[in-house]
Each structure stands twice: as structure tokens, then as C-alpha cells.
Design a protein around this ligand. Structure first.
Ligand code: SF4
Ligand code: SF4
Ligand code: SF4
Length: 202
């Protein structure tokens, strides 16, 4: 298998503007009222009046050991050999929702007659595109990075081969990444950080 691609998310830089989720809908021509391939939610903590809120931007994480792929009775979900991106073939999907029950992150959505669609790391255009779609666009065709990354106002999301993302992450984020099955590197909360423990390996 080629090198796994992943997302990196730094909540310290996210300002909760939703530009990532809106640009995802625009790029893939999604219904603004129906489904959310990328969502931005506010996670609140503390007790009044000492409360804080942190925006979290999430999509399909293209899991290393994707549970959605394992339960699909039609083999419509594929974890690609070359980059680990999880795609869905909408032509063979029967809309049974097994993948939704298996996914711990609520990533699959059902639209267009109940057929599954979700983030495909911007492999191609169109609903649920990805399976057997052409490779990412070349730089001269508008760039190879996903729409959410391109349009993130706070520079909070990145996508790419895991080794490249790891080179930008803090040690704390890398430790969390190593201990969790999810395929996203989440940057450490710098407010909780003690004495500058966040270091970069650039
Ligand atoms: S996040 Fe959900 S839909 Fe995406 S690969 Fe993992 S299990 Fe499948
Ligand atoms: S990578 Fe593309 S499809 Fe996935 S959430 Fe970002 S914009 Fe949407
Ligand atoms: S575009 Fe960037 S800063 Fe804005 S909500 Fe999305 S992740 Fe946060």
C-alpha cells in the first residue's frame, strides 16, 4: 500500500467560520440543507460563568481500519491501496445504512434517493465521487489540495501523506495520533499546555 493520506486539524487556529464546510458543499455541488461531508461544531466545557467553547471541524477520517468498509454488504466501500482514502461506489450502494451504524463519527450521509455519500478527499467532482475517479487535479488545473484545506481561513486544516503532516505536528499531537485509531492528527490544546511542551519538528 502507498502512503496513507490523512487530515491534520489545529483547533487553536480554527475560528469557527465554516468556510471549510461551505467550500466542501460548493466544490461537490451538495445541497446546503441536506448533508454535511464536513461539519463544524462547537464543543463547550466548564460551568457558568467559567465556560469556554472550541470549534471542531470534522469529516470522514479515512480510518486506517475502516469499519464502514467491513460491514458494507455490496463491497461498495473501498479503502484505496495507493493512499488509504476511503471511497464509495454509488452505483452499487443500496442505501442500507450499515456503514452509518458502523461509523463512529457520523460521516456517511444519505441523499439523492438514499444513497451514501461522504468526504472523498476531493478526488473528483460530483456526488459521492471517488471510486474509480481520476486522481487529484494537477496544480495547473486548480491545485491538488482539498477545497476545505484551500479555503480554511485560519490555516487550521491540512491534508496529505501522514509523514508530511507528522513533520508539522507537536509531540503531544503525535502521541495522541499514535494511540487513537482515527486517522486525523489533532493538534494539542495550547491553553492546556504546560511550560511550552508543544514543540515542532519542522
Ligand atoms: S470516518 Fe466513518 S465513513 Fe469515514 S472511513 Fe471511518 S468509518 Fe468509514
Ligand atoms: S477533503 Fe474535500 S470532500 Fe473532504 S471535507 Fe474537505 S472539501 Fe469536503
Ligand atoms: S475554515 Fe478553518 S478556521 Fe474556518 S471553521 Fe473551518 S477549520 Fe475553522
Amino acid at each position: 500500500m502507498g502512503e496513507q493520506w490523512a487530515f491534520y486539524f489545529d483547533a487553536n487556529k480554527c475560528i469557527g467560520c465554516h468556510a471549510c464546510s461551505v467550500s466542501c458543499k460548493q466544490r461537490h455541488d451538495r445541497d446546503s440543507d441536506q448533508d454535511e461531508w464536513r461539519t463544524v461544531r462547537n464543543v463547550e466545557s466548564g460551568e457558568f460563568p467559567d465556560v469556554s467553547s472550541m470549534p471542531i471541524s470534522m469529516s470522514c477520517m479515512h480510518c486506517s481500519d475502516a469499519p464502514c468498509e467491513k460491514v458494507c454488504p455490496c463491497n461498495s466501500i473501498e479503502k484505496r491501496e495507493e493512499d488509504g482514502i476511503v471511497t464509495v461506489d454509488r452505483d452499487s450502494c443500496i442505501g442500507c445504512h450499515y456503514c452509518a451504524w458502523a461509523c463512529p463519527y457520523g460521516a456517511p450521509t444519505y441523499d439523492d434517493g438514499g444513497i451514501m455519500s461522504k468526504c472523498n478527499m476531493c478526488l473528483g467532482e460530483g456526488p459521492g465521487g471517488g471510486h474509480d475517479m481520476p486522481p487529484r487535479e494537477e496544480q495547473e488545473d486548480g491545485g491538488s489540495t482539498p477545497a476545505c484545506v484551500d479555503n480554511c481561513v485560519g490555516d487550521a486544516i491540512k491534508a496529505g501523506p501522514v509523514s508530511e503532516l507528522k513533520a508539522e505536528a507537536s509531540k503531544e499531537a503525535l502521541e495522541r495520533f499514535a494511540s487513537e485509531p482515527a486517522n486525523v492528527i489533532v493538534e494539542a490544546d495550547r491553553d492546556d499546555d504546560e511550560a511550552g511542551a508543544v514543540t515542532y519538528e519542522v
